[in-house]
Design a protein around this ligand. Structure first.
Ligand code: T4K
Length: 418
């Protein structure tokens, strides 16, 4: 049986949520021990602001009988989001995907649009949904964001635009992408679903490209149950987007454009407002957890927690860990071990959009030109954070990975997995 691997058991206190101490591989759930956590620890547990404030707003909405269609709470939420990002217009929508759909139409994207494959599938679906061909470019393995040379290499006579993603809240190479878009007269928009409240060299997200979209899904740093928004400094584009999200209505019985129902409801805006008021507390908790993860993961050379450069504003919402290719256990084995312990780590965004339906059948060769995407997607795991994660939890999660990795192949042999 494997020894203690230099881990001192008294370092890891058992709390209300942690139900065992892992000192050796014998103590791991994959080896028959009970799970470390009595209840699952999720990636994406919603951050919640004041319940009293939410209920007060909900009561006002109920009493006012104004429930949707650009109501006063939506307008207040939009103004607050625009102010935080120092951007002229915020057009709130019923989801981040609806904001993508509307932005793509409002920018009149057609033909082919270049985007990363390493993103949540909504970025690609929003294009394909409108019969636009998503053309996948590779990423920079250091930043996980679009590689500008790869973008250039994908440009064809059919290309009309670029959708870059600020993955994990780390801002994409905005200056280089602007240079490409300007030079080739392409539209440029950003999927900033992860980057609410983030900045790059003191320029807030929301101000890059023709427009940016954010998401207020329950799992995001600020949630409105479901929701999203288009942020832009372009008056015409904002006007178009407002029409499009409400069937093209410019007034009673006056439809002036093609549109859809992309509206945010009043109750969703109320949730968004209350959570927005708690935003600095939320980011403080995220930062605290991030620092704890960095501290404990620093003891495991095979694992690296991605860096959010201190000089920029970050929301620290995702704890993203890269498993070194030199690690004796691959990412999937580590994720399986964590799941057995009730730590529901995720493999975001494996295998990349190019490996998912319908893209894997439509463009089966796409992966061949995405070596960094394929490599990163095989090595990244995302760990739980949020108010519910205590320092003791984080210490325990890192400890179990340390014990497991140090045991390496010997452990797999013992458990008969090879
Ligand atoms: N672009 C990018 C780059 C995105 O990441 C996203 C969304 C979008 C665009 C589209 O924005 P939206 O249209 O969604 O506004 C989640 C979210 O569903 C998705 O919004 C998000 N990205 C993506 C990164 O993560 P899943 O499939 O991992 O979520 P799910 O349902 O498994 O939730 C994760 C965990 O969170 C659950 O295991 C439990 C916990 N949870 C979840 C919900 C919904 C809760 O505790 N309470 C809840 O209400 O995609």
């Amino acid at each position: 049986m494997a020894p203690l691997f230099g881990v001192s058991s008294e370092l890891f206190s058992v709390t209300e949520t942690i139900i065992k101490i892992i000192a050796s591989t014998r103590d791991l759930a994959i080896n028959g021990a009970p799970p470390a956590f009595a209840k699952p620890l999720h990636v994406g547990r919603p951050h919640l602001g004041s319940k009293a404030q939410f209920l007060e707003l909900a009561e006002q909405i109920y009493d006012s009988r104004w429930l949707t269609n650009d109501g006063p709470t939506v307008q207040e939420f939009e103004a607050a989001v625009a102010k935080l990002h120092s951007v002229k217009h915020c057009v709130a929508t019923c989801s981040g995907t609806a904001a993508l759909d509307i932005a793509i139409r409002a920018l009149d994207l057609q033909g082919e649009v270049i985007l990363p494959s390493y993103t949540f599938v909504a970025t690609a679906h929003a294009l394909k949904w409108q019969n636009i061909t998503p053309v996948f470019a590779d990423i920079d393995p250091k930043t996980h964001n679009l590689n500008v040379d790869s973008v250039r290499a994908r440009v064809s006579s059919k290309t009309t635009g670029i959708i870059a993603v600020h993955l994990w809240g780390r801002v994409a190479p905005v200056d280089e992408l602007k240079a490409v878009a300007d030079e080739l007269s392409l539209k440029l928009m950003y999927d900033a679903a992860h980057a609410f409240g983030c900045s790059y060299h003191h320029r807030m997200v929301g101000n890059f490209g023709d427009c940016e979209i954010v998401s207020f899904h329950a799992t995001k740093v600020v949630n409105s149950f479901e929701g999203g928004a288009l942020l832009t400094n372009n008056d015409e584009l904002a006007k178009k987007a407002r029409l499009m999200r409400n069937f093209g209505f410019a007034g009673f019985d006056n439809v002036v454009a093609l549109g859809t129902n992309g509206k945010m409801t009043e109750i969703c805006a109320a949730m968004g407002l209350v959570n927005l008021r708690a935003f600095s507390d939320i980011t403080s908790v995220n930062r605290r957890n991030y620092d704890s993860y960095r501290k404990y993961l620093g003891e495991i050379p095979e694992l690296t927690c991605i860096d959010y450069q201190d000089c920029h504003k970050a929301n620290y919402h995702y704890i993203v860990v890269e498993v070194s290719s030199a690690c004796s256990l691959d990412r999937d084995k580590i994720v399986s071990m964590l799941h057995a312990e009730n730590v529901l780590a995720r493999r975001y965004f494996w295998p990349g959009c190019h490996g998912m339906a319908p893209y894997r059948n439509l463009y089966p060769e796409a992966g061949e030109s995405l070596p960094n995407t394929r490599d990163v997607a095989e090595r990244v795991l995302v760990l739980p954070t949020g108010e519910a994660a205590t320092e003791a939890d984080i210490k325990a999660i890192c400890n179990m990975m340390k014990v497991y990795i140090e045991a390496g192949e010997q452990l797999m042999l013992e458990s008969g997995s090879y």
